[in-house]
Design a protein around this ligand. Structure first.
Ligand code: ADP
Ligand code: MG
Length: 397
């Protein structure tokens, strides 16, 4: 198949209705409310987060929805549309060591809230039912969506009053400690701070963020996701070795993080570092600059002109950071050839998805060209769909 049509996805209103019905049939009462949080796509700024640099993701119009109600005792029960049984645990046993599987995400958030001000010794238990139209494992951060949806829900029902940037740290702590994934703060920040037609420009050192208007709709531009369906699960080694190269480069150049280096420092880096470490460093330094340039270009010239920065980002990841794969390169080249203004792989690399900034009228042409090119090369058919920048986590009902 050539992919999933954008308009075939269920609207959040449909998800809200099904999650409500599923909650009621599972737990036999009405929930206190329904909350949701979106997935995200990274427009530009790859592997810059752990180098304390800049990222520029946006929240997408695919959401994870949670219906949640308090209990009178200390029991937590969570269920999801793709898990047959509700998972049950007492608040008194809620530690990362006791959590595993998909429920480590919502339960990890409950635990992590205890590290940010919730008194887990006195709060009541709860029941939650979770459903989502964020594709799982496609690099659109269904993990941040589930964490952020549960975080805003518990923040409300437990009356914690935590702000969005603190809730992002709650989600990251849950993912790092309860799930055991060494991820940064980008995904949760996008899911919690996103705005319709806005990108979340995030400084990963200060954690300061700014929502920048993207202007895609006004310019009749769409962001087409091309999910190669090549799993990036086996990429742990590649991710770890890139992090190690960045740390080695920073140490050799006498800085605490590569964030401190600018384009002016590259000649010195070329002299001091071996070729491979130098190219890793050059990707981070130039990618940070491209994020800054993207924000400035959007402000001064609008979205069409960011296309060349997306292209340059892909080349840097392909040649300097070496995290692309043939499927991603083919997706990017074919999309460009069929009318996309700019395209790049997005996410950690070694699989996952590419994005193509495409004039709305040309999206069908790009999809057809990419589908044909993948078929010709004998690659698995990619899944393609358009995403729009959407509002971050919110209460639905
Ligand atoms: P990604 O964030 O790229 O989609 P991850 O591997 O980081 O992929 O997170 C996916 C995992 O998050 C799933 O395997 C599951 O454990 C959990 N998860 C995400 N969405 C849901 C959901 N709607 N219901 C239950 N678990 C979910
Ligand atoms: Mg994830």
């Amino acid at each position: 198949d050539a992919g999933v049509a954008a308009d075939s996805r269920p609207a959040t209103t449909v998800l809200n209705a099904t999650v409500l019905a599923d909650f009621e049939s599972r737990f036999n009462h009405r929930p206190a409310g329904i909350w949701s949080a979106p997935g995200r796509v990274n427009l530009i700024g790859e592997h810059t987060d752990y180098n304390e640099g800049f990222v520029f993701p946006f929240a997408i119009d695919r959401r994870t929805v949670v219906a949640l109600g308090l209990r009178e005792d200390r029991i937590i029960r969570v269920a999801s549309s793709f898990a047959a049984e509700a998972i049950e645990i007492s608040l008194d046993e809620l530690i990362p060591e006791n959590l595993a599987g998909w429920s480590a995400y919502p339960l990890g958030v409950a635990w992590a809230l205890g590290r940010f001000g919730a008194d887990l010794g006195t709060v009541p238990g709860f029941e939650a039912f979770i459903d989502s139209d964020v594709p799982i494992g496609a690099g659109l951060s269904s993990s941040a969506a589930i964490e952020s949806a549960v975080a805003v829900a518990l923040n409300d029902v437990w009356g914690l009053g935590l702000d969005r940037s603190t809730l992002a740290q709650v989600g990251r702590l849950a993912e790092n400690r309860a799930v055991g994934a060494p991820t940064g703060i980008m995904d949760q920040s996008a899911s919690l701070l996103g705005k319709a037609d806005g990108g979340v420009f995030l400084d990963c050192r200060s954690l300061e963020s700014d929502v920048i208007p993207l202007g895609f709709d006004a310019a009749r531009l769409d962001v087409l996701i091309i999910d190669t369906r090549v799993s990036h699960a086996h990429a742990t080694g590649g991710y770890a070795s890139r992090r190690a190269s960045c740390e080695a480069g920073a140490a050799a150049l006498g800085v605490s993080a590569l964030r401190e280096l600018g384009l002016d420092d590259l000649p010195r880096a070329a002299e001091l570092l071996d070729d491979e470490t130098f190219r890793r460093v050059r990707h981070i330094v130039t990618e940070n600059q491209r994020v800054l340039d993207t924000v400035q270009t959007l402000r001064e010239h609008g979205p069409t002109r960011i296309a060349e920065l997306l292209d340059a980002s892909h080349v840097s990841m392909r040649d300097d950071f070496e995290i692309s794969i043939p499927e991603l390169d083919l997706a990017v080249e074919t999309a460009r050839g069929a009318g996309a203004l700019g395209a790049r792989m997005t996410g950690g690399g070694f699989g996952g998805a590419a994005i193509a900034l495409t004039p709305r009228d040309l999206v069908p042409d790009v999809e057809a060209a990419v589908a044909a090119a993948f078929a010709e090369r004998g690659f698995r058919a990619p899944v393609m769909f358009v995403v729009h920048a959407a509002d971050g986590a919110r209460r639905e009902q």
